[in-house]
Design a protein. Sequence first.
Length: 187
Amino acid sequence: MIHQPTLTPKWYALSVYSRQENAAIEHVNAMGIELFFPQQIVRRAWSDRVKSLKVPLFPGYLFVRVALNASVRIELIRRKQILDFVGKKKNYLGEELAYCVPEYEIESVRKLISQKEMVEPLYGLIQGQWVEVISGPLKGVFGTIHKLPDGKRQISVNVTILGRRVCAALSADDVIAARSEDVALAA
């Protein structure tokens, strides 16, 4: 008998058909798989009214936490709304594996989207510099500083596998320059 190691659940990004996220969520929930679908509230103006809507933060993507193996992967991608896992690599046997999303990226996005208001922009920090939020509701979030077209700065949390980022303006008093070993530990 061959001993197979127990797989630990990890976060993965699923690519789904545009505007089919809710149907895909129903299928994933029916399978009993933990999922994360970040949404934001935006204000949209029509000719006669302004309405607040919940829209996907990353349209066309869901995050699932699963102990991924071939049977789980096939069960998920058989659903007509789900395209496939994002990012693939091959293992030593030539099998395709999906890249996992680091836990700290998921937690950082959770904290950022939980905020109702963003505060003043960052000053005194360098563009591209890694920082850690040390106070407030986003405490513990790691991100980088980015410059906006108007010259203001904000912290962003990158979801590396999707090539996207979520941004929030913060006070310079709320962040400190992150040490390289702290960033490595968060990864």
